[in-house]
Design a protein around this ligand. Structure first.
Ligand SMILES: [Zn+2]
Length: 232
């Protein structure tokens, strides 16, 4: 029973190598990174759009408010021209000074908002440029990765065919246990017990499990999750 699975595992090593070659390839890593960036960009652009809208609105409001104050200020200085009464004149002068201070404050606010808007536009342009780079990086590497995949396709198919043949010789339930672990990226899956410890992770096995192994059972290591068997 164990022999058939060991044979399977030996051939499976070749499949594992191909999988590692593909998943660890620079082409794939670069394509995945570029894709992640491109996916994140949309969210960033949406945020910038919202921010730009808010700033533009605040800018318009500040300009409108400032214009209103300038009109008031104009009216005050005009009426000041015809005033004889000293008390009224000093009131109007005070009023004019207040208005000028407010106009100045709005002026500073307008400058600040304009600078913030410029910064948003700059950031947007940066994103546009890096997006273009990422798009190129993605296209190039996705193509290279597809080529790499294609270059190992025949070899992979041949191994998979061999594995399918070997699978037929393994106990179905055991095969299922093996494949479940293998799909969780555990490899090698099957290890021989060494003395009283797991051959993979060196965990000391309890007597009950050692007895099960002696009886020819294949057990799951409680620590590393691999399958352990007792050799003959
Ligand atoms: Zn273990």
């Amino acid at each position: 029973m164990i022999k058939a699975l060991l044979d399977y595992q030996a051939v499976d090593a070749k499949l594992r190598e191909i999988e590692k070659k593909l998943s660890g390839s620079e082409e794939r890593k670069k394509a995945v990174n570029a894709k992640k960036y491109l996916e994140g960009v949309e969210e960033n652009v949406n945020k910038l759009d919202v921010r730009a809208g808010e700033l533009a609105l605040a800018y318009e409001q500040a300009v409108a408010e400032q214009t209103k104050l300038q009109e008031q200020s104009q009216a005050v200085s005009e009426s000041l021209n015809g005033v004889q009464d000293e008390k009224e004149a000093s009131f109007l002068i005070k009023k004019a000074e207040e208005l000028i201070a407010k106009i100045k404050a709005y002026g500073a606010q307008i400058v600040k908002l304009s600078e913030e808007l410029q910064a948003v536009i700059k950031e947007y342009n940066n994103i546009k440029a890096t997006t273009k780079v990422a798009q190129t990086q993605y296209n190039e590497n996705a193509k290279k990765y597809a080529e790499l995949k294609d270059s190992v396709k025949d070899e992979k198919e041949e191994i998979e065919k061999q594995l399918l043949d070997l699978k037929g010789k393994v106990d179905a339930e055991l095969m299922e246990r093996y494949l479940k672990k293998r799909n969780n990226k555990i490899y090698p899956v099957l290890f021989e017990v060494r003395g009283n410890v797991c051959g993979a992770c060196n965990m000391e096995l309890p007597m009950s499990e050692l007895n099960r192994l002696k009886n020819g059972e294949i057990i799951d290591c409680g620590q590393c999750g691999r399958l352990i068997y007792q050799g003959k």
